[in-house]
Design a protein around this ligand. Structure first.
Ligand SMILES: NC(=O)c1ccc[n+]([C@@H]2O[C@H](COP(=O)([O-])OP(=O)(O)OC[C@H]3O[C@@H](n4cnc5c(N)ncnc54)[C@H](OP(=O)(O)O)[C@@H]3O)[C@@H](O)[C@H]2O)c1
Length: 246
């Protein structure tokens, strides 16, 4: 396999399982050095083992993305060690409660907004200077169709993804004249723990795997990817301007 991402530094959030894990592995296979963020040490170590088996390299960062000071410290450490990052994949997310809005307690609301929105805002603040040091900084954030569909009984999640999409579009506009390209990726239904928790009656074997979806995130992280402020819809394999059809 050719190594189009050799020596690129790629920060991937939510890399302990699911889409983030698969994306980290797929980027590492192309030669990127992975900075893998999540809380679950076991999942990160398993990822590290797999990446090493493939001949790649990873730095493990056990961190809760609710810790905004921790994200700032990570930015400082990456600056110290590498002087830049080339790729940011803002993938980590939680589904939150499946309830009508009136039954959602404030803590659950705050948790979803904190991880799905505020953490990505803090990542943008802390990683933009490092991405600007790259000759071709690339950022991809993972959203959901729930944002545009305003899915009933997934209120905090749908709201958080709508906010994420606007956040990312703003950043794409602000960085349009720089070397940074910023885009969204909508995976659709993918066989992960999150999907199973929200749709427990669904047969997971009917869904695409995280590995299949990750193959479509990889090109959005490459230096030759030129689009910015766009939305890649995995299910329809379409790159579109915002907002996708429901
Ligand atoms: N699967 C789908 O069908 C689907 C559809 C649309 C959109 N998405 C989006 O795809 C992304 C990945 O979801 P997934 O399906 O792969 O879910 P998943 O298997 O549940 O993985 C979620 C990842 O996010 C990390 N995470 C959660 N809370 C965190 C925190 N506080 N700090 C750091 N990391 C945290 C988890 O790591 P730890 O628990 O180890 O911290 C895990 O690595 C999410 O943004 C989700 O909204 C998924």
């Amino acid at each position: 396999m050719t190594q189009p991402l050799t020596s690129r530094i790629a920060l991937v959030t939510g890399a302990s399982r699911g889409i983030g894990y698969a994306t980290a592995r797929a980027l590492a296979k192309r030669g990127a050095h992975i900075v893998a963020v999540a809380r679950t040490q076991g999942g990160l170590e398993e990822l590290d083992d797999e990446i090493r088996k493939d001949g790649g390299q990873a730095t493990l960062v056990p961190l809760s993305l609710t810790d905004c000071d921790g994200i700032a410290r990570l930015g400082a450490a990456l600056h110290e060690r590498h002087g830049k990052i080339d790729i940011l994949v803002g993938n980590a997310g939680i589904a939150g409660p499946s309830s009508p809005l009136g039954h959602v307690d404030l803590k659950s609301w705050n948790d979803v907004l904190s991880i799905n929105v505020t953490a990505n805002f803090q990542l943008i603040r802390c990683m933009e200077p490092l991405l600007k040091k790259s000759d071709a900084g690339r950022a991809v954030f993972v959203t959901s169709g729930a944002a545009n569909k305003a899915t009933a009984y997934l209120g905090p999640y749908a709201t958080s993804k709508a906010a994420l999409e606007t956040l990312v579009r703003v950043w794409a506009n602000e960085t349009a004249s720089t070397n940074i390209r910023v885009n969204l990726f909508n995976p659709g239904p993918i066989r992960t723990r999150m999907r199973a928790s929200v749709f427990p009656g669904e047969d997971p074997m009917t869904l695409d795997t995280p590995e299949q979806a990750a193959e479509f995130i990889v090109p959005m992280c490459a230096a030759d990817w030129t689009e910015t402020g766009k939305f890649y819809d995995y299910k329809t394999r379409t790159l579109m301007s915002f907002h996708p059809p429901t």
